[in-house]
Write a protein that binds this ligand. Structure first.
Ligand code: ATP
Ligand code: MG
Length: 311
């Protein structure tokens, strides 16, 4: 089982609106309503690739109950902490004709110290059953910056390998938890480096710096350009993404993280994990709903990913 912390899980509403423009009346062509949040996306793709996934996080009010029920109907197990406030709703308006996405991201609930303590206990209780532990996305308001580092350390104590995908302060402060896998995109990595990183040299040299700080492997994703993988052994690898007719890029990074983790669970070496990550990320972009990548789609795309050494 792969345990995933999705501290800011909520409800995602996706509308397909050709020629969407602000200030006008529109009737959406399609409406999708589902549990969302980065960790939920990761879990969804893991389950569709045949893995068992448990989402830990907060769930409050009626939207929280909806999100929990929707996760379970997708085959995701849940270990959720009840909270007083409602989770956030995120709205994505896709304009398929002009290939534009408009997003409204609510701030999410304010969680209390007691609620955080309950989450901490649930995380520790779930770890012994986990083969991998993943932290995906920044948490809602009220969560102290150091919490993720502690969560990574609890996993390490149980010998459960960890993966982290967060941004800005939560990314920075979590590094002392020494995640085995870090999955930043170029913007997040540059923020961490405090300078714009060029591709590939800047990305490779800063990733090596992170390895010296105790990170196991860096998978830096670069949108349609693919990704750079830097591990402790062997040269850095440039991995390309198959060219796709882009429909919805929301969740591409989450799908790529799930692809990497699924390959890891199946015992594949690093280069193959990166290949799975690229195929899953690309599959995600070609569908309207976030976090969509079937096993068949993955297998179809894998031969179109190239992996080449950079050094
Ligand atoms: N336009 C695209 N065409 C093909 N594949 C893509 C495209 N955009 C993203 N991908 C795939 O998805 C992966 C992750 O994309 P990206 O680097 O944009 O992640 P991210 O910024 O973390 O996304 P997220 O919004 O989910 O956090 C890429 O490495 C690639 O495999
Ligand atoms: Mg991302």
């Amino acid at each position: 089982m792969i345990l995933i912390l999705c501290a800011n899980a909520g409800v995602d509403r996706t509308y397909s609106v050709p020629e969407f423009s602000a200030g006008h009346y529109h009737r959406p062509e399609h409406v999708l309503v589902a549990a969302g949040g980065k960790g939920v996306n990761v879990a969804r793709v893991l389950v569709s690739l045949g893995q068992s996934a448990t989402v830990a996080g907060f769930a409050g009010g009626r939207s929280g109950s909806f999100a929990a029920a929707d996760m379970r109907s997708a085959g995701i197990r849940t270990s959720l902490t009840q909270i007083r406030e409602e989770p956030r709703t995120t709205i994505s308006i896709i304009d398929p004709r002009n290939r534009r996405i408009t997003r409204l991201d609510e701030a999410g609930p304010l969680v209390s110290p007691n609620e955080i303590e309950t989450l901490r206990r649930q995380w520790i209780a779930a770890l012994p059953g986990a083969e991998l532990a993943v932290i995906s996305g920044n948490p809602p308001r009220g969560v102290p910056r150091g919490l993720y580092a502690h969560f990574l350390q609890y996993a390490a104590r149980e010998n459960v390998p960890t993966a982290l995908d967060a941004h800005e302060d939560f990314l920075q402060e979590s590094l002392v938890g020494h995640p085995q896998l870090l999955k930043p995109n170029l913007r997040e990595l540059s923020w961490l480096a405090k300078r714009p990183l060029d591709v590939p040299d800047g990305v490779v040299s800063f990733s090596r710096e992170l390895l010296r700080q105790g990170v196991g492997t860096v998978l830096a994703t670069l949108g349609k350009q693919g990704a750079i993988l830097v591990g402790r052994e062997g040269p850095a690898l440039l991995v390309t993404a198959p060219e796709m007719e882009m429909v919805n890029s929301v969740g591409a990074g989450d799908a790529s993280l799930a692809g990497f983790l699924a390959a890891w669970q199946e015992g594949h070496p690093l280069a193959e994990r990166a290949r799975w990550a690229m195929a899953a990320g690309a599959a995600n972009c070609a569908a309207l709903s976030a976090a969509s990548c079937t096993r068949e789609r993955l297998e179809e795309l894998l031969p179109r990913v190239t992996v080449e050494p950079l050094e």
